[in-house]
Design a protein around this ligand. Sequence first.
Ligand code: SF4
Ligand code: SF4
Length: 174
Amino acid sequence: MTHPRLQLLDAEIEARTEAVREHAPAWPCKSGCADCCRSLGAPMLLSAAEWSRLAEGIDALPEAEAIRSGMAGMEAAALAGDPVVCPVLDERGRCRAYLHRPLPCRIHGYYAAGEGGYWCETIEARVASGGAEGVVFGRHELINRAARRELGSPLSWSEWQAGLLQAMRGVVEP
Ligand code: SF4
Ligand code: SF4
């Protein structure tokens, strides 16, 4: 079951992204535009509640095992300096666990940094050409702060997996 605080943050983000789409119907973040998923700045760091929800989505897929190995592979790719591609992305550029995607994936392209970052070159070009005039971006640092406060510190996939293992051992060991 999705953590209730996570559901509230989802709803807040959905309201913001919906407002952007209403104001600018041709907004470029659409199914199939997935350059951001193909070039993550770093392996994902998420709260336990977000990992838990994403893992639920992954486990419902026939490719679950491969995707789970891909999660660990993302960390290895980053260490080797290779591009970090999200293993949940399919060949057509679609998120296979869209309804279970974490907060950073929900805000990408709709939330600016306080100092004015717009997340990808497509959005930057649109802003530079005046195509985002009147669009009110959310501020990602506020959502990140709320997520840390309400859901706990972000963890890597391996840290989250290790925590689960430890919790299971705590249950079975006297
Ligand atoms: S953030 Fe950029 S790359 Fe990602 S979906 Fe939006 S337009 Fe496409
Ligand atoms: S979980 Fe989905 S939306 Fe997020 S980076 Fe991976 S493919 Fe993209």
